[in-house]
Design a protein around this ligand. Sequence first.
Ligand code: HEC
Length: 376
Amino acid sequence: MKLLHGILGISLILAPLLSAQDEAPPPRVEIIAGLRAPAPAARVRALVAAESRLSGESDLVLQGLLRRLCRDSEASVRLQLGKSLGKTGRIRPSLRRFAEGSLVEVLIFSAESAELRAAVIASMDGAEAAALTLMLGDPRFAETLAGRPELLAELAASILQRRRDEAMAALLLRISAEPAGWRRDALLQGTIGALPGSDADAEKLPFRYRPIGLDRMLASEEPRLAQAAADIEAASIFTEGARPLDAVEQALFEQGELLFQRNCVSCHLITGIGGNLAPPLVDSEWVISDRVDRLLRILNNGLSGPVMVKGKRYEIAGMLGFKAFSDEQLAAVATYIRRAWGHEAEPISPATVNRIRAEIGERSQAWTAAELERLR
Ligand code: HEC
């Protein structure tokens, strides 16, 4: 308690000195009066003063007044509001949502000024994707008013320039979900315009996972959308996550899913986790490793005797092979289990199955795990 008194004492002495550097903020009543003042210049001054107030404890009266100023008839006031909100949202995380919502409000009312748009977007500091969602979901933003297409294009460009992968993925998802029209055109234009150049040392857009929005755009029947997606893809790198299957591989995967359901789930279960009748396929090294020759031998001839899967020993009755499957069917089921349940292994082509089958020859006997491990 003594110590606390001491600290408070010191800070009481220091506080006026510290704030004296950039002249003491006016008292709250003065700020509130200023925000309500008829002269625009007084409102602007009061907004600047309110910044220091808002970064302290929460003040609902002040926030309410700022919210009203979002629709202020004077552009200079709205401009200052955009700047001040950006600062306060950054200083106090608890004010972020208020600040974001208000910035959107400002933009809905006055997108026509390029200066205001630039100030507000700079204030957003990474919250552009959230703002975009708020804005596009707002019925008041349905109409094309002056500056709105530019605003959407600038927001999209800003998201790309910041290179934050969730925000970029959210943008692409929005574009893919947006019906054809001025809003989508504007978002596309901003996105394409901000893509890194195609030269070798241009810094690509870094994504951890392939964004769903991108795949949806690629699959679009509208050539313009699909072309834009192809350009975006070419300018991106994906550091984690599976390579997307091409159309042929995807068809194989889907065929494999049906074959799996008819031929394997009775033992390995639909979830692939196995049980009393079979070991798990999920995360199994036999399934996802690069040694596809071993996997295909198991699927072709079956497996018997003890087997280690994920560090656990299984000794179940054994499994019969699927010699009757065509090369394509075997490739399909193998591709399926290598991509189901979050697996990201490469698909397997019928040609690979054909090659391994040629190596296996006439053998019909099941393999043992030990035998497979000795291969090459
Ligand atoms: C009658 C039950 C049964 C059916 C049906 C069955 N398996 Fe198996 N599977 C097993 C058993 C048991 C083992 C372990 C064999 C051993 O102990 O050597 C196994 C092992 C495996 C393995 C290697 C071990 C592992 O867990 O990764 C793979 C891969 C596999 N099965 C895939 C399949 C696929 C794909 C199908 C369908 C095309 C299928 N199995 C159908 C019972 C079955």
